[in-house]
Write a protein that binds this ligand. Structure first.
Ligand SMILES: Nc1ncnc2c1ncn2[C@@H]1O[C@H](COP(=O)(O)OP(=O)(O)OP(=O)(O)O)[C@@H](O)[C@H]1O
Length: 273
């Protein structure tokens, strides 16, 4: 049964990682990393530059061979999965890469139709109809269907890539810094779109982000990557209270939201009495 025909199957958490180790030469990136993402939740993933967020995403997506540990997607151990099982997992997942990763020689609609050609037996007319539906879900005007990626704004590229990631009605959506490069208004609109889609489509979302506003607005929980593993996983309002040095700095440092709030309320010269 293709993903397109499938209904949600009840088979283990969408993502379950145990004892993951990733290493390049002598350099250990992940050591005994554990992480579970429950069905229907939006998980934000944060961590300093070089903490291994992208390596983690690539490991989960099967784009990188990890040294040891176990990654189960929908209960399927991806290291031992057969080709058919891997295809099944892939067809139940959508990925929005940071750059959008659209095929530059294809129109917007053709880009969105690629996964359908790859994973389903839908004919071109049906794929087109579904592609247009996904465009509207992602908030793209239908007259963008025939545009080339080079003709799109940054925000439209993200929406086209989002439409493509939704092409197969995924249960699990991976987002790599979805609001990076967007102005604050477009970023807020994109956040709202993700939240709305996740709720209406019942998606589980794994989202790498540096955007504090996104964390507070749309995530249920945030996993923090530091010291080579997940040091905390909790709702943002709970994480604020953590005394882990990196987490504290993240929320309370000069670029942190709370740091900003404190700055806003710090009297400068004329003080309130
Ligand atoms: N293929 C590779 N070969 C060798 N080292 C790699 C490879 N891929 C990643 N690394 C190293 O692994 C570490 C983690 O990289 P990663 O891209 O996952 O960080 P990140 O948390 O996503 O950072 P950023 O927030 O800056 O994007 C980095 O030090 C990087 O240089």
């Amino acid at each position: 049964m293709s993903a397109y025909e499938s209904t949600t199957r009840n088979d283990g958490p969408p993502i379950e990682i145990r004892g993951l180790v990733n290493q390049f030469g002598d350099r250990v990136i992940h050591q005994d990393l554990d992480l579970t993402v429950e069905r229907g939740k939006i998980l934000g993933v944060v961590g300093g530059s070089g903490s291994g967020k992208t390596v983690l995403l690539k490991s989960i997506l099967g784009l990188l061979r990890f040294k040891s540990g176990q990654i189960n997607i929908f209960g399927q151990d991806i290291a031992t999965a057969s080709k058919k099982q891997k295809l099944d997992v892939q067809s139940r997942s959508g990925v929005l890469f940071q750059s959008g990763a659209l095929f530059s020689s294809l129109t917007v609609l053709e880009n969105i139709m690629v996964p359908m050609a790859e994973f389903t037996k839908l004919n071109r007319r049906e794929s087109k109809r579904i592609g247009l539906l996904k465009m509207s879900l992602a908030g793209l005007p239908l007259n963008a269907a025939d545009l080339m990626p080079s003709e799109l704004s940054g925000g439209m590229i993200k929406r086209a890539a989002l439409a493509r990631s939704l092409a197969l009605d995924p249960e699990l959506l991976f987002l790599d810094e979805p609001t990076a490069g967007l102005d604050p208004i477009s970023a807020a609109a994109f956040d709202a779109l993700i939240k709305e889609l996740a709720s209406s489509l019942g998606l589980t979302v794994f989202m790498i982000t540096h955007d504090l506003d996104s964390l507070y607005t749309i995530t249920d929980e945030v996993a923090v990557l530091a010291d080579k593993h997940v040091v905390a996983k909790a709702p943002p309002l709970e994480l604020e209270k953590s005394d882990h040095p990196w987490i504290h700095e993240y929320f309370h440092g000069p670029r942190g939201r709370l740091g900003g709030k404190m700055r806003d309320h710090t009297p400068s010269g004329d003080q309130e009495s």
